[in-house]
Design a protein around this ligand. Structure first.
Ligand code: TRP
Length: 329
């Protein structure tokens, strides 16, 4: 039988190209591994703890589902579902609460960060902590364990959460007999740092991002704004610059070698920007079109999510029944 891989995607709105190359593309490539049965879901139950209004949650959920489909997630190969359409997860969450020590949750980074923030404000340590945040790792364990997942592809920041899911599974299995597959994190190693418009790492907090689905015109404008030196058009250009580093992400190896030669022979920055724009747009425009299609035909996306959730429920229901029985319910 194939091993199951599962990962949750937080609904955080339309990502930038740094998110695409750093997280989305590698996650889709990994899930396409024919040795794996992959389940990817929009973690909307988890989002309740940081998105506090229903319109935002709805919009972000729609945007992120369309994004992953536009980026090439094939729902016939990877099951895409919405967490809140699989309420079995919340039942398991409760069962798991009873094998999880409070001390384990006290050690969670996200919780501790919120305590530090409360203290820094001069408030009670738990002033900013709700139970959704405190229990977040248990709900995540329920996502993973309900699906008998062996592998959990995540970024380094989620390593601790997967460790906690492992701990919880082991405690349960020890107390009630073997019930859950003990999962493992699949941490994406050495993911390339994607340069932003100013050459620093692309990040929303630096305001140097290129939105994944911005229009052709906007893309052109953003690239035009990239700073270059004052060398003359005929002078050789170093490939150690933001323009070339961005070009590399989108072009094939041969195209990169060719462009490096053009740089060495001298090219005006205006032409270099134009070459980057054409290269980026040729890759991004089919994705942008797909995104715009899905966002305006959201009923099709809903159908994908509903079908995915039904497939997920078949496994989750069985696992929860097993856990209930093991506990004497
Ligand atoms: N906590 C993850 C994040 O912040 C999202 C997530 C929720 C998740 N449930 C999961 C990831 C289960 C992997 C498996 O990105």
């Amino acid at each position: 039988m194939k091993k199951i891989a599962i990962t949750g995607i937080k609904p955080t709105g339309v990502p930038h190209i740094g998110n695409y190359f750093g997280a989305i593309k590698p996650a889709i490539e990994l899930a396409n591994d024919p040795e794996l049965d992959s389940y990817y879901f929009i973690a909307d139950y988890h989002a309740l703890n940081f998105i506090k209004n229903n319109e935002d949650l709805n919009r972000y959920t729609r945007e992120i589902a369309c994004t992953w489909l536009a980026c090439g997630l094939d729902p016939n190969k990877i099951v895409l579902y919405k967490q809140s359409l699989v309420p079995e997860v919340t039942e398991l969450n409760w069962l798991l609460c009873n094998v999880t020590s409070k001390g384990l949750m006290n050690r969670a980074h996200a919780y501790k960060a919120m305590v530090d923030k409360s203290l820094a404000n001069g408030d009670d340590p738990d002033a900013l902590v709700n139970m959704g945040l405190f229990n977040y790792p248990i709900l995540m364990a329920a996502d993973i364990l309900s699906m008998n997942a062996k592998f959990v592809p995540v970024g380094e920041d989620q390593r601790q959460h997967v460790e906690m899911a492992r701990d919880i599974a082991k405690v349960f299995n020890k107390r009630y007999g073997y019930t859950f597959v003990v999962p493992e994190a699949l941490i994406q190693e050495d993911v390339a740092t994607i340069p932003g418009l100013d050459g620093r790492k692309m990040s929303k907090s630096y305001g140097n991002q290129i939105p994944l689905f911005c229009s052709r015109e906007e893309l052109k404008k953003l690239i035009a704004g990239i700073k270059t030196d004052s060398s003359l058009p005929t002078e050789p250009k170093s490939t150690d610059c933001t323009l070339f580093n961005l070009y590399k992400l989108f072009a094939s190896k041969e195209q990169c070698e060719q462009m490096a030669k053009i740089y060495a022979n001298g090219i005006s920055w205006a032409d270099a920007k134009n070459a980057l724009f054409e290269m980026m747009d040729s890759v991004l425009s089919p994705m942008r079109d797909k995104y715009n299609y899905y966002i305006t035909h959201y009923d099709e996306v809903e159908k994908i999510l509903t079908e995915g959730s039904k497939k997920t429920q078949i496994i989750a229901r069985e696992t929860v029944a097993r856990a209930r029985k093991a506990m004497g319910l």
